[in-house]
Design a protein around this ligand. Structure first.
Ligand code: HEM
Length: 535
């Protein structure tokens, strides 16, 4: 049938080539034929001839490929890909705007990608992020180039960069010094936790997240509460109170930026998102004002932020790029934590027995108005297990690496110059690792098998060179947040106007997410809080 069609079309075309443009029938027949040949070649013949090439998930339009799907619900798309290839868990390919992305889903392959950091480069991906967040070309050059001897101020270099590294490495080292266990982390942690803790008291429980208020009770939006409390605590700890003087609505602007940050991560022109563009202008102005304020007036600024500002000065980066880089660092510090706190609170509060067990387990951590985070970490196994289980269920982040040299993985040849994508959500729902209950919330899963946190199929904080340095802080923040909530308040989940129970919030898969997504619009968790007598 197909051969007859080819023959008829060709003989008609050859007898009079002009008919291709003058006769719509011939034009569309030839077009249809070329398209069919391309499709059959790409998705049927080529995979048979080259079994070593990671196969493509079929797509309809060349170049556009899977772009629309990836900018929408990328998580479901990747899981459709796994089903399409019959759960073989071998690398396969998706195409986004002409770029080839290899999707790696087998836990052993994932470990290899994280381990072989010279072949799978994090910095290649980081450079795209810097570009997306707005660093100029020149600033990106400065970021990656090792300074020549004598090029930079020798006194400052000795203090900030004694090993003569490039700027990005200096910043990464600074963040590790700030966030890995030690005195500096303790100082930062107690500053953030004290602020979170102080916000979650009856007397201070005010803000845009309070939807209704009476003398006995307050109705709150959990989504907005997490955004306000955690973003504010993080921003004050990193930039001090000064940034709030320059931009009193900084928390609101940062929340808008967080909602739309996918545009920066996926290099989408942010000018096309006016809300993001306006928020960004206001934040940039505030950050610029901060860095132009002499150090002695920048009270309460965090150790790492001060050092990063000094390093940016030392490397003589232009002002706009400095502001962009500082904002990117701030965003990494609050974005995932806000969403993870929202989901952890939601999973716990929908399980009243769990709330009771956690109240009992964590009571000794309450010391007057303070919360002992070390006690929570060391002596509250159920809380820790609940936290890890929530992260397992909600992680949406996809680590991306640039392939620097051709390499074979699970029998497939990955070519240099393309990117590798690790869809963490897929790893976390893989039933060969997590069993038949992989999609269920089981707060005791990690209690019974604590070593699961080290499994190669568990990657809420990524791995390898970019393994999240903020993981200890994030855990302390989220655990303190829920512990303060369940001890300070009697909590009920109100029914809707028609008396129906509130459904569990739905995760927002309608927008691309560079990390943990929040809930869909209209799917927020609303709570009624009353002051609770501590027993
Ligand atoms: C629940 C909350 C958090 C989650 C789920 C999370 C997740 C991640 C992930 C998946 C990565 C690796 C990215 C990749 O390989 O592509 C990462 C890296 C990182 N995160 Fe987090 N993170 C959280 C909280 C934090 C916090 C609170 C901070 C800082 C205060 C932070 C700072 C960083 C830094 C500095 C990196 C490494 C970047 C580099 O090495 O260049 N994170 N995080």
């Amino acid at each position: 049938m197909l051969l007859e069609l080819i023959e008829a079309t060709f003989s008609s075309f050859l007898s009079n080539p002009w008919r291709l443009v003058s006769d719509p029938y011939v034009f569309f027949s030839v077009l249809g034929l070329v398209y069919t040949c391309w499709w059959q070649w790409t998705f049927t013949i080529s995979p048979l001839l080259h079994p070593e090439k990671p196969p493509d998930i079929p797509y309809w339009i060349p170049f556009v490929g899977h772009s629309w799907t990836m900018f929408g619900d990328s998580a479901s798309f990747v899981s459709r890909g796994i089903k399409h290839f019959k759960r073989a868990y071998k690398p396969f390919t998706i195409r986004v705007l002409g770029d080839q992305l290899y999707v790696v889903t087998c836990p052993d392959d994932v470990s290899n990608v994280y381990k072989k950091s010279t072949i799978f480069s994090w910095h290649g991906h980081m450079d795209m992020l810097l570009d997306g967040w707005g660093l100029s070309k020149e600033a990106r050059k400065i970021s990656w180039r090792k300074p020549l001897p004598g090029e930079l101020d020798p006194v400052m270099s000795k203090e900030l960069n004694p090993q003569n590294k490039c700027l990005i490495e200096v910043i990464e080292d600074t963040y590790k010094m700030q966030l890995l266990p030690g005195e500096r982390l303790d100082t930062m942690m107690s500053s953030v936790i004290d602020k979170i803790n102080a916000s979650l008291t009856w007397d201070k429980l005010f803000g845009p997240f309070v939807l209704d208020s009476s003398t006995e009770s307050r109705r709150v939006s959990v989504k907005d509460m997490c955004r306000t409390v955690i973003t504010e605590a993080t921003t004050r700890t990193m930039f001090g109170d000064l940034i709030f003087q320059y931009e009193p609505s900084i928390v609101e602007q940062l929340s808008i930026t967080n909602d739309k940050a996918w545009a920066y991560v996926f290099n989408f022109p942010s000018i096309l998102i006016p809300k993001l563009h306006r928020a960004r202008k206001r934040i940039d102005a505030a950050v610029r004002a901060c860095i132009n304020t002499p150090e002695k007036f920048r009270q309460g600024e965090g150790w790492a932020v001060r050092r990063v500002i000094q390093a940016l000065e030392l490397f003589q980066m232009d002002e706009e790029s400095r502001v962009s880089l500082l904002l990117m660092v701030l965003w990494a510090s609050y974005s995932n934590t806000v969403s993870a706190a929202f989901w952890t609170a939601s999973y716990i509060l929908y399980n009243p027995d769990l709330v009771e067990s956690l109240r009992q387990e964590t009571l000794p951590a309450l010391n007057g108005s303070a919360i002992d985070t070390k006690y929570l970490d060391k002596h509250c196994p159920l809380l820790n297990s609940t936290f890890y289980e929530c992260l397992r269920l909600i992680s949406g982040s996809a680590s991306i690496r640039r392939v620097n040299e051709d390499v074979t993985m699970s029998g497939m040849r990955l070519k240099a110059g393309n990117s590798v994508l690790i869809p963490v959500r897929e790893l976390h729902y893989n039933s060969s690792v997590w069993g038949k209950t992989s999609a269920d919330f089981d707060p005791t899963r990690f209690l019974n098998r604590p070593n699961l946190t080290n499994h190669s199929g568990y990657r809420p904080f990524g791995g390898g060179v970019s393994y999240c340095a903020g993981r200890h802080l994030a855990k302390a923040e989220i655990c303190s947040f829920v512990v303060a909530l369940i001890h300070r308040f009697d909590i009920s989940i109100p029914t809707d106007a028609k008396g129906r129970p509130q459904p569990f919030p739905k995760m927002d898969f309608t927008r691309p997410s560079p990390g943990v997504s929040l809930c869909e619009d209209g799917q927020d968790l609303v709570l009624d809080l009353r002051p609770r007598k501590m027993t």
